[in-house]
Design a protein around this ligand. Structure first.
Ligand SMILES: [Zn+2]
Ligand SMILES: [Zn+2]
Length: 141
């Protein structure tokens, strides 16, 4: 069980999964949204995600539920996770973890649109677009 929270502490949730399947996403949407050169996400199945507090502070962008939503705390603005369809895996931002020491990155995605000043200097697999479910399953299992 790993504890997660936003910067102000009003939103708290647990993820009950290992942290060895993190992905660095270099897409423009993640970069714009976070104001950072890439974002590290953990793929978590909904049944391993437990919201403990702050449901009333969760804000979704965009509100259109047919699109992938980025969920932020409406007090401190922390990006916490994304949700797609109901029941689909969530992408939890690794920075939401209170203890990131067990996080292991296993791949880079959307490297074709990465920030020009970012130099990837590790030997992890790189994917031009988003990672497919098949590629993901191969790496994780
Ligand atoms: Zn907050
Ligand atoms: Zn992205």
């Amino acid at each position: 069980m790993h504890k997660c929270s936003c910067l102000c502490g009003s939103v708290r949730f647990d993820i009950n999964t290992h942290l060895k399947n993190a992905i660095n996403c270099h897409c423009k949407f993640c970069r714009k949204s976070h104001g950072s050169p890439f974002v590290t996400v953990l793929v978590v199945l909904p049944e391993y995600f437990t919201l403990l507090s702050g449901e009333e502070n969760l804000q979704r962008y965009p509100e259109d539920e047919t699109k992938t939503g980025r969920i932020v705390c409406n007090i401190c603005g922390s990006k916490l996770f994304t949700e797609t369809a109901k029941g689909a895996p969530l992408s939890v931002y690794a920075a939401a973890l209170e203890d990131e020491s067990e996080v292991e990155v296993m791949a880079h995605t959307n490297v074709e649109s990465k920030s020009p000043f970012v130099v990837i200097s590790d030997n992890l697999p790189q994917f031009g677009g988003s990672i497919t479910k098949e590629d993901y399953m191969k790496m994780v299992f």
